[in-house]
Design a binder for this molecule. Structure first.
Ligand SMILES: CC(C)(COP(=O)(O)OP(=O)(O)OC[C@H]1O[C@@H](n2cnc3c(N)ncnc32)[C@H](O)[C@@H]1OP(=O)(O)O)[C@@H](O)C(=O)NCCC(=O)NCCS
Length: 184
């Protein structure tokens, strides 16, 4: 079967589907402890087998339409720098969850906001979703700031929603509706 592929562009970035050739770079970036520290789905350590599984899952998600996982890449020279995704795509209710991370070297330059904004327009305008949600640990305010810049509204404080490194953590829940953009 042909590998499904998608490519979106922003001013500085290419958002594209993963290929097996990304495994080594993915292992390095996703292997940063700081990424595992504030996410739930990134194992630590992140082995080459994890990288291959991650890529296969992203490819399957594109085939069945349940997940759109984009590699965030710089165009020239081409370099994988992070990840932005729509997960849990729910056609019945036209919703999905947004998630993202970026390598330490590239933090604080607006890259995740730029990438996620494009993923959001893809979600609303190209696959017809109505509601996006996102979650982050309370101790990760940088992620909340990204969501705020993207127009998300905070809608809940979830006590002990996740367990990280053996400790229960409170989580903030956010959402963005297609209509919020038109309104705002
Ligand atoms: C959170 C993360 C995705 C942000 O990526 P980024 O590319 O640096 O984000 P941007 O540069 O687009 O925007 C970051 C914003 O957060 C702000 N910020 C960063 N750390 C902050 C903190 N501790 N408190 C408050 N704001 C903070 C920045 O100042 C910036 O806001 P500004 O543009 O108003 O100055 C990135 O740090 C990351 O990958 N962290 C580890 C994994 C993770 O937590 N992923 C999200 C899981 S929910």
């Amino acid at each position: 079967m042909d590998r499904p592929s998608l490519e979106l562009r922003t001013r500085r970035l290419v958002l594209r589907s993963f290929t097996n050739a990304d495994a080594a770079a993915l292992q390095v970036i996703a292997g940063e402890r700081r990424i595992a520290d504030t996410t739930i789905s990134v194992p630590h350590p992140f082995t080459m087998a994890d990288a291959i599984r991650w890529i296969e899952k992203a490819q399957r998600g594109l085939i069945d339409g349940t997940q759109y996982g984009f590699a965030i890449a710089l165009p020239t020279p081409a370099r994988l720098i992070g990840y932005a995704a729509l997960h849990e795509v729910d056609r019945e209710h036209a919703g999905a969850e947004v998630s993202f991370w970026i390598g330490a070297e590239f933090e604080g330059q607006g890259f995740v906001t730029e990438a996620a904004a494009r993923v959001i327009s893809f979600a609303f305008d190209e696959i017809g979703l109505n509601r996006l949600c996102a979650f982050h640990m309370v101790r990760n305010p940088g992620s909340g700031r990204v969501l705020e810049k993207l127009g998300f509204r905070q809608e809940g404080y979830l006590r002990h929603r996740v367990r990280k490194w053996g400790t229960f953590e409170d989580v903030l829940a956010w959402s963005l509706l297609r209509g919020d953009r038109e309104a705002g």
